[in-house]
Design a protein around this ligand. Sequence first.
Ligand SMILES: [Zn+2]
Length: 279
Amino acid sequence: MLPHPYCTLCTKHMETTEHLFLLCKWTKKIWTDPRLQINSTPSNITRFDRWLLEVFEKSDILPEKEQIAAVLWNIWKARNDSIFRGKTPQPTAMVDLALAQQVKFSRWQSKEGQKPINRNLPTRWKPPEQGKLKLNVDASWSPGDFSGSAAGILRDSSGTVANGFVVPIRALSPQHAKALALLQGLKFLNQTEATHMGLGVVQSSGWTVESDSSNSVDAVMGQAESSWDIKAIIEQCKEELLFIKSVKGVAVTVEHCLREANRAADWLANSHRSKNLPG
Ligand SMILES: [Zn+2]
């Protein structure tokens, strides 16, 4: 997704991260909402990451981090609604939504914290069975400007790389970035080329997609409810899965793996983000 040069909310300024999230007249209305209790309105911000760090350092007098994250997420959604659906942003309603989501998010987080870590997962990448293919996906993300890369590596039972992809993404959190990487991976599998790849006859009776994000994997497989910030992406993932099954007739299993077993995809995403690889 390429950023639009002009802010779609006000159509007057260039859409920089600082403008969109802090300085736009629409965004300012959100931050000045008395319910958020932010007394210092960002007016002369030059770097978004510095502002965010400053806010987080003062978090004893400011709202919780989750609340700020929820507000940022709603600004991003309002921007997309404005671009793709022509909707006018509603600052008051956005604060309502952010506050409601913050409550849900806190609950979801405490549940997640109690979840036991699966110690039985292998720490090294495990090849798929003969005739099957495995796609490992991961994302690399920088909090400063919300930009990142999603990557995937498709390998066969001998560990030979059959194909892969790297794409730029924009995400609000590492979790959001990893969910996007999973979606990109499923979209990649939906492309016809991914089934042929010059491997000769791959009687691929099943594909596995591996991600080290247990939140995304559990949500896509219907084993857990997705947190609000990745809900829309998870729904898209489910659609892609249905599509692969009905159109290609291939069953895809989405599985969780440890970070240690996902190093190749992690490396690919990192290299792409640090511009060592061509887009
Ligand atoms: Zn604007």
